[in-house]
Design a protein. Structure first.
Length: 169
């Protein structure tokens, strides 16, 4: 029988990005505004695969991005490994997420490349705020979709997702 994977807020994950290097990410919240999904923060620094930095060193790194995903699926797929837990999860009100109704398209239609129909929210906001055009700090909002583990790995490796999502300019 397969072992049941349990993740909790504060868990830190080691994410191999090739045979010689790895990065880290941390589960910081379960976002009730996005189907109670895991919310992670991924860190910028690249470590040698053999390095074992302290939890404090990892979580004090600069944040690369925030995202929604299912961390236990990434463990089950052997994309990352749970290496510890830290109560220091940063300020969960820092990340801003965005979504648009212009995402997706039907067969024989062209996707909307630039949307002016945006919503933004922060973790556990009860209501999304319709803002139309993204301006000011909202331009830094992260895509609010629940992203599959392979796409999280792509973003950690390359700095971008490999799926299409409308832009804001």
């Amino acid at each position: 029988m397969a072992k049941r994977v349990i993740t909790k807020i504060g868990d830190i994950f080691s994410v191999p990005i090739n045979e010689k290097e790895k990065k880290y990410m941390q589960l910081i919240a379960f976002d009730l505004a996005q189907l109670n999904s895991d919310t992670i923060r991924a860190f910028k620094r690249i470590y040698s695969i053999d390095e074992n930095p302290s939890k404090e060193e990892i979580i004090n790194d600069k944040i690369d991005f925030y995202a929604h995903c299912v961390t236990k699926f990434g463990i089950k797929l052997n994309l990352w490994e749970q290496i510890g837990n830290s109560l220091n999860i940063g300020n969960i009100k820092d990340p801003i997420f965005k979504s648009t109704d212009d995402y997706g398209y039907k067969e024989n239609e062209q996707p909307v490349k630039v949307s002016y129909n945006w919503y933004v929210w922060r973790i556990n906001d009860k209501n999304r705020t319709k803002v139309g055009r993204l301006e000011g700090e909202n331009r830094n909002a992260e895509i609010g979709l629940i992203v599959n583990p392979y796409d999280i790995l792509d973003r950690i490796k390359t700095g971008q997702y490999n799926f299409f999502y409308p832009d804001f300019e």
